[in-house]
Design a binder for this molecule. Structure first.
Ligand code: PEP
Ligand code: MG
Length: 580
């Protein structure tokens, strides 16, 4: 039996057979194919070349439209290289004659070409070699991608163990069969972790290297409460965990009874409890748990679970479906928050050393005005179907907000001219997730109808800790006094300017912080659907005077550890049965 400690990101326990995905990093072993696999593997190679060609062609068209034909010439050269007859012949020969895997053949053949070119004289030779490495990477991504695509087609119950899973891979997992997952890298704030919660499957990330100790088909336990993974568990441990699963179910059944009771404190102060969703089907999960609406719809997941950009019609249909299903309850549609760890098949800037500080979120939307405008038109068109608001993510300067509002204004004018109906009184808000926005909130208050604090990013930018890096995960915590001060400042300024403020980062769904947040003045929380019953339970047990006392004291503490210990003690006074 081997116990491995990681970071708990999605609660629950899963026991079962493992599926190991260990193809990260393009470390290509020299794998020989069985004779009868040759034809299938040749087909896989041809499909990868075709898919890579189509991808480059899409980039060529986009760049050519935006920057002109000359800038797009490099893509034509790549397409030519990729489809070079002698290259294809060489690859086929390696697979057919020497029985190498397509991955190994691609890597070996292209690296050989690159080496020959590097050894030639001429100013432009190093660039040509870089182009060849680029083609190699792209082809490998498609070859591996094909294999990883199989993730979506798993049809037996498994626990997935992987070096890493991207948010879009995670969103394609079918929770009916994938009962939990574990990754070697990743942190609590990563979007992969957030999607795991949305799927409602236990997950542990940031274990460190362990995949070499386990083979497919072996048994493991994922403990999503403690962040533990147990490989080759003994009978006694399995029995203990089975008992825990039963207990958890009975706890969840008790909480279900809260569904129709109002979200309010023991002294009858109303607390609005909303759900965070990534996919339209989660509306139902929120309703089943008695949510007052949706406080954050991460619309970018519509872009992530596919290869091409969704059209205006497709987006309008998805947003309309969400608004209609809510039957008048509010939904805050956050505009595309792509980039950093959420990247669809668009060209990725190759000089992004710090993707979380780079072209992400509203910045990426403003750089792709057509994509942005299309989304805004779709949201506006859907707004006649229900109670929709628009929210811009990652606003860091006033100018940026004004720019985003201008694109929205243009979209509104276009629809008006066309005679397309939309809700003329639609509310426009922004996320408060960058410290600069907190500091300038009085100015932002003049420009928006509401604020929502995004603690997932606010923590990483306040503390300079990458939210998805396991090596600094110990520093990534909402308990840090600096984070409490920023949240407090934001709430006070919003109150002073009478602009409604809510919170939608993961902190709002953690019962440890509920008393603190109510005490600081929040009356609206948007949380992961699975956390709704527990947060409602805390709200209904506590009173505002106690919460204010807790908030006041917590703001005086010096360290994250002190804050955490204090909040645990206080919560235990009201809910001794709650494990936090
Ligand atoms: C946040 O940053 O807190 C947030 C809600 O947005 P996301 O997690 O999607 O970055
Ligand atoms: Mg964010």
């Amino acid at each position: 039996m081997e116990r491995l400690q990681g970071i708990a990101v999605s609660p629950g326990v899963a026991i079962g057979e493992v599926l190991v995905l260990d193809n990260e990093g393009f470390r290509i072993p020299r794998r020989f194919l069985p004779r009868d696999a040759v034809e299938d593997e040749l087909e896989r190679l041809h499909q990868a070349i075709a898919a890579a060609t189509a991808e480059i062609e899409r980039h060529r068209v986009r760049v050519s439209e935006q920057l002109g034909k000359d800038s797009a010439a490099i893509f034509s050269a790549h397409i030519q290289m990729l489809n070079d007859r002698s290259l294809r012949h060489k690859l086929e020969e390696m697979i057919r004659q020497r029985h190498y895997s397509p991955e190994y053949s691609v890597s070996r053949a292209l690296r050989h070409y690159a080496k020959v070119i590097q050894s030639l004289d001429g100013d432009y030779m190093p660039e040509r070699a870089t182009d060849i490495f680029d083609i190699e990477k792209r082809l490998l991504r498609h070859l591996f991608g094909k294999r990883r695509e199989e993730l979506a087609h798993i049809n037996a119950e498994v626990l997935v163990l992987a070096h890493t899973l991207t948010p879009s891979e995670t969103s394609n997992l079918n929770p009916k069969y994938v009962k939990g997952f574990v990754t070697e890298i990743g942190g609590a704030g990563s979007h992969t972790a957030i999607v795991a919660e949305a799927l409602g499957i236990p997950a542990v990330v940031g274990i460190g290297p362990f995949l070499t100790n386990v083979s497919g088909g072996e048994t493991a336990i994922i403990d999503g409460y403690q962040g533990l993974v147990i490989l080759h568990p003994d009978e006694e441990t399995i029995a203990r965990y089975r008992h825990e699963v039963v207990q958890y179910r009975s706890h969840a059944a008790k909480l279900e009874k809260l569904r129709d009771l109002p979200g309010e404190t023991a002294d009858k102060v109303r607390i609005q409890l909303l759900g965070n969703i990534e996919f339209p089907y989660e509306v139902e999960q929120c309703q089943k748990r008695g949510a007052d609406g949706i406080g954050l719809y991460r619309t970018e997941f519509l872009f992530l679970s596919r290869d091409t950009e969704p059209t205006e019609e497709e987006q309008t249909a998805a947003y309309t479906a969400v608004a209609t299903a809510l039957r008048g309850q509010p939904v805050v549609m956050r505009t595309i928050d792509l980039g950093a760890d959420k990247m669809p098949g668009m060209p990725r800037p190759d000089d992004e050393a710090n993707p979380f500080l780079g072209l992400r979120s509203i910045r990426l939307a403003l750089k792709n005005p057509e994509m942005f405008r299309t989304q805004l038109r779709a949201i506006l068109r859907a707004s006649t179907a229900g109670n929709i608001s628009i929210m811009f993510p990652l606003i860091s300067t006033l100018l940026e907000l004004k720019h985003a509002k201008m694109v929205l204004r243009e979209a509104r004018e276009d629809l008006e001219e066309e005679g397309t109906p939309f809700d003329k009184d639609i509310k426009v808000g922004m996320m408060v997730e960058v410290p600069s926005a907190v500091l300038m909130l009085d100015h932002f208050a003049e420009e928006v109808d509401f604020f929502s604090i995004g603690t997932n990013d606010l923590i990483q930018y306040a503390l300079a800790v990458d939210r998805s890096n396991k090596d600094v995960a110990g520093l990534y915590t909402g308990s840090d006094p600096s984070v409490l001060r920023l949240i407090n400042m934001a709430i006070q300024v919003a109150k002073k300017h009478e602009v409604p403020i809510s919170m939608c980062g993961q902190m709002s769904g953690n019962p440890l912080y509920t008393m603190l947040l109510l005490g600081l003045g929040l009356r609206s929380l948007s949380v992961t659907p699975a956390a709704l019953p527990e947060i409602k339970q805390v709200c209904r047990r506590v009173d505002i005077t106690s919460c204010e006392r807790v908030a006041h004291r917590a703001l005086e503490l010096e360290s994250a550890r002190d804050v955490k210990t204090y909040l645990k003690e206080e919560l235990a006074k009201f809910l001794p049965e709650l494990p936090v």
